[in-house]
Every structure is written in structure tokens, then in C-alpha cells.
Ligand binder design. Structure first.
Ligand SMILES: *Cc1c(COP(=O)(O)O)cnc(C)c1O
Length: 364
């Protein structure tokens, strides 16, 4: 018999029932007159666009956003019916691809708008910049295009804009952007409008317009200002114990000796590191569950491994080959990101890209 690869050391468990439940939570929250679209850019924030988009389509989602034309081609091979919208635009360059795969372009600038208006063959979403300064037509450009009647000749299907400060409910930027968007919305009727992403939806009804674009909330991150989180956690993370070793008192553990033992200790070396997406900056600041008991991570986070102090854990409960729980119901991606002073989006996408993914469909 030839040897086979061993099971993966770092396993990211993706709960598709929780994903679906978050889609339903958002849908119920915004009500039946507001469409909930799904943002699945970045391989669905690392969680795997195939399983994620199929689950959401089954739950009733009809509009999906991706970042680039290549992501769109991949998504079209998974989903035939739903609308696939490409944030990155680039219609002039990729017109043939858009037509062939029936993808929906985002118009981000005046040049693409004129091109779109001249070919008139594809429905399009219009990005308007109300104060994010990344992409989209600004107020002045919009007025200009209205004067030349571009939109009358070839109206957008949806106009959308992105909020800069949606996670901070008291920030005046929010209402400023909303009021700007409202005036553009009035101007470009009957195009449908979309202003809020996940956090924006929780700022209130006046931010909903006709469609919300949910990304992080679907994946269980809570970027709203509401506590406790309205969303179910979607992922768990576990890693395998590779080795258990005795370390005498006053020894350095890992690079830089950022941790030194203060007693004769037992260390479990687990097979997960920054290669898998665990932030380097969380070294010496988190604990994991070893057979349900908390045990501190100590020393630096290394490329493929990190050390756990298991001196106080019964030996039978931490043997090479058994797993420790790193993320679970009581310690989520949001918590890990907070410890590392990182964005939860960033932590999630790195874990998703770095770990073996296992999909489960049980409800929590
Ligand atoms: C990424 C993105 C979203 C989704 O944002 P979340 O905060 O993850 O919900 C929505 N709209 C645009 C334009 C985006 O770039």
C-alpha cells in the first residue's frame, strides 16, 4: 500500500447553516421590500465561493457581487441564474467577456459610462461617490451627465454608493453620505438604490433604499455598532497537536524569547501559524481550548506552528494527534482580530486562504 497524505493540521470549519441563518437574519431585519444581495469577493472572504454562493442561492439570494472579472467567470460557472455584478468594472476592456458570460458591469467613471451608453446592450450598476473616494462618479460628474441626458437614454439598473464610517453610528459622515445619495436617487429614478453594506444596514431604515449589500455579516463578523452580535458565528478553527515536550524553568519559547517559562512546564506544539492566517501580533495574547479547558498560547507565532502551555492540562487530554480549538463560539474572528489590532475582514480572509476548509451543515 502506498503512503497517503495525513489529515490537515489546521482546519477551518465553515458552518453553512449559520451562513444561511445570517442571510435570513438580514432579510428579516430589512423587510420584504429591500433586497439582500451577497458580496462574495475574495473567494467569499476566504470561505470558498462555491459552497458559499450555492448555499446563499438556495436561501433565495439573487444578486452577487465580486471584485474582478475573473472572480465573476468563476462564479458564473457555479451559478447560472443569479445576477453577477463586478465591482471592478472595466467594461471597455472586457466587453466581450461581460456579454459572453452575461455578467453585470459596474460603471465607475465617465469613460465607461459613455461606452456603456454607446453599446446599450448590457444592464449596468452605477457607482456614485458620496464620500469614500475610491471609485464612482462624483456629484459634479453626475450633474454633467444628467445635462447631456446620458441616463435618460440609457438608465442604470441600480445606483449604489459605499459608506466610509458605517461602523460608527454617531459619525456625521453617515448622514452626510445618505443625504447626498438620496438626492442622486431622486434624480435618477426609477433606478433602484443601494447604499448600505453590512454595518450600514444597522444604521436604520433610511439607509436601506432598495438593496443592501451584505458581506461580512453573512460570514458572522459583527461590524455594526450593535452588541451582542445579531449574527451567528460561521467558523470554528482547530489545529492539531504535533508534539508535547517538557520545558524546564526559565527557558525561552520561540523567536525573541518573548515568553520565558516561570516553572517546569509542558508545551504542546500545534500545527498552525501565520502561514495559515493566525496574526503574528496575537502572540502571548490568546488562549485555546484543550479538551474544553483554556490553555495559554506562549511565545511567538511561527510560520507553521505555535506553542501552548499545557502544564495544567491532564496529559490524557493533550496528546499528539488530538486537536485544540482556537476559534469557537466564545472566541470568534472578531475577538481574534481585536487582540491583534487587525481588521476582522483581513483576519478572516487570511485564515480562509491558509487553512484546510471543512463544511458542515448542522444548525448551531
Ligand atoms: C466589500 C464591499 C461590500 C461588503 O462590505 P461588508 O462590510 O463586508 O458587508 C459592499 N459594498 C462594496 C462596494 C464593497 O466593496
Amino acid at each position: 500500500m502506498s503512503p497517503v497524505a495525513r489529515s490537515p493540521d489546521a482546519v477551518l470549519e465553515v458552518n453553512l447553516a449559520a451562513l444561511r441563518s445570517n442571510f435570513e437574519t438580514i432579510s428579516t431585519f430589512v423587510g420584504p421590500r429591500v433586497e439582500v444581495s451577497a458580496v462574495v469577493k475574495g473567494d467569499a472572504y476566504g470561505l470558498g465561493v462555491e459552497m458559499v454562493s450555492m448555499t446563499l442561492a438556495e436561501a433565495g439570494c439573487r444578486v452577487f457581487f465580486v471584485a474582478s472579472i475573473n472572480e465573476a467567470i468563476t462564479l458564473r460557472s457555479i451559478l447560472r441564474g443569479p445576477t453577477v455584478v463586478v465591482f471592478g468594472g472595466g467594461l471597455r476592456r472586457d466587453f466581450d467577456v461581460y456579454s459572453h458570460f452575461e455578467l453585470t458591469p459596474v460603471v465607475n467613471n465617465c469613460e465607461d459610462l459613455r461606452f456603456t451608453a454607446s453599446v446599450k446592450s448590457l444592464p449596468y450598476f452605477l457607482n456614485v461617490d458620496t464620500g469614500f473616494s475610491r471609485a464612482g462618479l462624483n456629484m459634479e460628474q453626475l450633474r454633467q451627465e444628467c445635462l447631456t441626458r446620458t441616463f435618460q437614454r440609457y438608465p442604470p439598473e441600480v445606483i449604489f454608493s459605499h459608506l466610509a464610517c458605517a461602523g460608527y453610528s454617531s459619525d456625521v459622515t453617515n448622514s452626510l453620505q445618505r443625504d447626498r445619495f438620496q438626492s442622486i436617487y431622486n434624480l435618477l429614478r426609477p433606478a433602484r438604490g443601494s447604499l448600505a453594506a453590512s454595518a450600514g444596514a444597522w444604521l436604520g431604515k433610511s439607509y436601506h433604499f432598495d438593496m443592501v449589500r451584505a458581506g461580512s455579516a453573512l460570514y458572522g463578523l459583527n461590524t455594526t455598532c450593535v452588541r451582542p452580535s445579531p449574527f451567528q458565528s460561521v467558523i470554528n478553527l482547530r489545529a492539531k497537536i504535533l508534539e508535547v515536550r517538557n520545558v524546564p524553568d526559565k527557558e525561552a519559547v520561540g523567536y525573541g524569547g518573548t515568553y520565558r517559562t516561570a516553572r517546569d512546564s509542558r508545551m504542546a506544539i500545534v500545527g498552525i501559524g501565520y502561514k495559515h492566517g493566525v496574526p503574528w501580533a496575537c502572540a502571548n495574547k490568546i488562549s485555546v481550548l484543550c479538551a474544553g479547558r483554556p490553555a495559554a498560547q506562549v511565545g511567538s507565532i511561527m510560520m507553521d506552528s505555535m506553542a501552548i502551555d499545557v502544564t495544567d492540562i491532564a496529559e490524557v487530554n493533550c496528546q499528539p494527534g488530538s486537536f485544540v480549538d482556537i476559534l469557537h463560539r466564545d472566541f470568534t474572528v472578531d475577538d481574534l482580530a481585536a487582540v491583534a489590532h487587525a481588521s476582522p475582514h483581513e483576519v478572516l480572509i487570511h485564515l480562509g486562504a491558509g487553512c484546510f476548509k471543512e463544511y458542515i451543515t448542522e444548525s448551531a
